[in-house]
Design a protein around this ligand. Sequence first.
Ligand code: ADP
Ligand code: MG
Length: 391
Amino acid sequence: MGEITQHDLPAAFRRRFEAEPSLMVRAPGRVNLIGEHTDYNQGFVLPLAINRAVWIAARARADGQVALISENFGNRSAFSLASIQQATGAEAWSNYVRGAAHALQAQGHRLCGMDALVWGDVPVGSGLSSSAALLVASTLAFSALAELDLSPLDIALRAQQAEVEFVGVNVGVMDQMISALGQAGHALLIDCHSLAHRPVPVPNGVAVVIADSMKRRGLVDSKYNERRAECEEGARRLGVQSLRDVTIAALEAKRASLPELIWRRCRHVVGENARVLACVEALRAGRLDEVGALLVQSHESLRDDYEVSCRELDVMVEAALRQEGIIGARMTGAGFGGCTVNLVREERAGRFVDGLREAYRAQTGLTPSIYVCRATDGAQAINLSLSGQPT
Ligand code: ADP
Ligand code: MG
């Protein structure tokens, strides 16, 4: 994607803006290892930040204007901090940057304008959260140029607010949190109720392989809302605030009082929360067989109880489980298409990718995009000049 890399970004900035950038920020995309459809049930998730990111090269402007270029899209957009409007059409991507500024200003922060060049290698619209990467990068860029003293969690919360309130997508906080708070070599256990979080090591010698089914998630919005409503009904019938507060034993005891469909939806969520916590323990202890089994159980539960998988995702997981070096595989993201996540023994990763691509292509006629990733640090700002004064 794109002709440049982050290493060329300052040079590209100079060409575009005929000035030196004073700041570079990087915010990674992510994949969720386990804990699917648990976030809106106040449960646990275990994402990791991947070595694909959105980068912004920027310099401050004293006139309160923001001039943006997406190097990927070859598109410009400009707005004034004094009155931030929604962009439409080809400039709609700039709403993520506009929203970031809007959310910070709504909190009472004083921002300064900027010239900014955006470039990313997170595939767009594949479910690896290029949107959260752009939001976190934008929030961090504004924060760094205005010398705001925001914690990574503050950055994540403003970025989420921007996506919900300005872009208008009702997302949870997982994507922004992992992009802001990731740690190299680690996944991040997030409690979506308290927002408490702690790093969990990915054992040495394990590669994280993401396979994009190339099936686009058509049904996802309506089905997502339907699942949320079903979970709310389950919680209501069980007399709890959220399914987070239900144990497997308590759910079993109430089985007769729940419609069969609601029971299965609840069993996924309650079981998935337990699987996340078991996976954390297994990762810490290096028990890879157990980690793999939990990923597979998660997939089966999403397929059979929660019914958010699809043929392509099932084929991809089954093909992965037949390859040498596989530890575990499952669908990741909301479902109905998008990606699978695979843990693979590193020394086998090359052959795994080839074998998986061929097997999936033979069964579906689709050529998947497959990314061998590792867990990286969350968002960073790099000061390029010690005299980056607004001009
Ligand atoms: P996902 O988050 O799964 O990648 P979304 O549809 O949520 O998909 O977000 C993708 C949108 O994010 C793009 O349509 C675009 O508006 C914006 N975006 C992501 N990366 C870039 C980029 N490098 N330059 C400009 N906009 C980007
Ligand atoms: Mg997104």
